[in-house]
Design a protein around this ligand. Structure first.
Ligand code: ZN
Length: 170
């Protein structure tokens, strides 16, 4: 566990950096990051014998892949809405499209300020921090990459199905 003084000095650093980071509560998994993290969205093909191949968007934060297996696939319709407004969004969901099926009941609380977007995952209690421009670029890029994959592999099943308007396919 971090000493309170460390937590305090990190909070001061966050304010110096210009982010309105609230201190983490005792229940949180990490402190709000003091600087924006790198973010990418990648289309992932999930293959299982006897099942159709699934195309799922996964998020990569600071070079760490948040796999659909561990975290659930990204719901691009929820991410889309989160780019434009504050609120709680089920950015991670289940392959069947119901976030509760993946144990997600709170969603991600999203707050925008000055080109920075902060996420607080109310289910895992993790904090994230990005430049809005980076999330938007990732959101655009995954659509291009997925559409190319679908052209090459037309049998891919876009999952969850609310991603179809963004990724094409079926
Ligand atoms: Zn499900």
């Amino acid at each position: 566990m971090m000493a309170p003084s460390d937590k305090h000095s990190r909070g001061v650093l966050a304010r110096v950096a210009g982010f309105l980071c609230r201190p983490a509560s005792a229940f949180d998994a990490n402190d709000p990051p003091a600087a924006p993290q790198s973010v990418a969205l990648v289309p992932h093909i999930e293959r299982e014998a006897g099942e159709p191949d699934l195309l799922l968007p996964q998020i990569v934060i600071d070079q760490q892949v948040f796999t659909a297996f561990d975290h659930g696939p990204i719901d691009l319709s929820e991410l889309d809405r989160s780019l434009a407004a504050d609120g709680a969004f089920f950015i991670w969901t289940c392959e069947c499209r119901a976030p509760g099926c993946a144990g997600r009941f709170g969603g991600v609380r999203v707050e925008h300020s000055n080109g920075i977007v902060r996420w607080h995952d109310l289910d895992t209690r993790h904090h994230y921090c990005f430049r809005l421009a980076d999330v938007t670029a990732a959101f655009d890029a995954v659509q291009v990459a997925a559409r190319q994959l679908i052209v090459a592999h037309p049998s891919l099943l876009v999952t969850p199905d609310q991603n179809i308007p963004y990724l094409g396919g079926k």
